[in-house]
Design a protein around this ligand. Structure first.
Ligand code: GRF
Length: 226
């Protein structure tokens, strides 16, 4: 019933928009754009003016905005600036894609159920940084990525779906990262499209899936949490 919730705010025929927050390379941003079926990217916000993803956005004609720590007097003011920029973009969904800033609780309060992140591990295993190297070092046999709703913690919100890859003998962090990233690029657009059409919802802290989402996750080999 995602659309129903917004009928009072947006024109009925308007394509739902995504604001994507990045800090660097932007390969998930590109995947979200190229695989967009029922949404479009309205704005890219980068915390880093040198982010490669900004170069792509300019070439692709996707609007972008830089909100950098250095132009604010304090960390709190910077984070408030990020929130303000996102609010002004009036997104239907906010997607964090390699955004290297820990958001304040006001963020998840403002966008509860519409704020998602992709993390390169099978959460709750391996939150934080250097996940591929840590997966190898701890002898994991499977690894992957998770798309989850963002709450006030770091990599802790309710999980929506995971893409699983094997850890193969002889893998180094780069090989495992590349294998994982390929799955990220199909997982994130699918979750986003499912959320936009209302097939995935956050209700009372739990993720709910409709029958189509369950079927599609199965077909694509994604792990969900029914
Ligand atoms: C991805 O591995 C994503 O899972 C993590 O940060 C990385 C961003 O890569 N949150 P990119 O900027 O999307 O290429």
């Amino acid at each position: 019933m995602f659309f129903v919730a917004f009928l009072g705010i947006y024109p009925v025929n308007r394509t739902p928009t995504l604001t994507v927050l990045i800090s660097g390379r932007g390969s998930n941003l590109i995947a979200l754009h190229e695989r967009a079926s029922n949404y479009r990217i309205g704005l890219v916000i980068s915390s880093n003016s040198a982010a490669q993803g900004l170069v792509w956005a300019a070439q692709a004609g996707v609007p972008s905005q830089v909100v950098e720590r250095g132009t604010f007097p304090s960390l709190a003011a910077f984070k408030a600036g990020v929130l303000d920029a996102v609010l002004r973009s009036q997104p239907d969904v906010v997607a964090l894609a390699g955004f290297m800033v820990v958001l304040q609780p006001e963020f998840s309060e403002a966008f509860g159920g519409r704020l998602i992140n992709i993390h390169p591990s099978l959460l709750p295993r391996l939150p934080g940084l250097d996940t591929h190297q840590r997966a190898i070092a701890s002898g994991e046999t499977e690894h992957g990525c998770t798309v989850h709703f963002v709450d006030s913690g770091v990599d802790t919100g309710p999980r929506i779906a995971q893409g699983v890859v094997p850890v193969l003998p002889g893998d180094d962090a780069a090989a495992l990262a590349a294998r994982t990233l390929a799955v990220e690029h199909s997982l994130y657009p699918w979750v986003t499209a499912s959320l936009v059409r209302g097939g995935v919802q956050l209700a009372e802290g739990r993720v709910r899936y409709d029958a189509q989402a369950v079927r599609e996750a199965h077909e694509r080999g994604f792990r969900i949490f029914v």
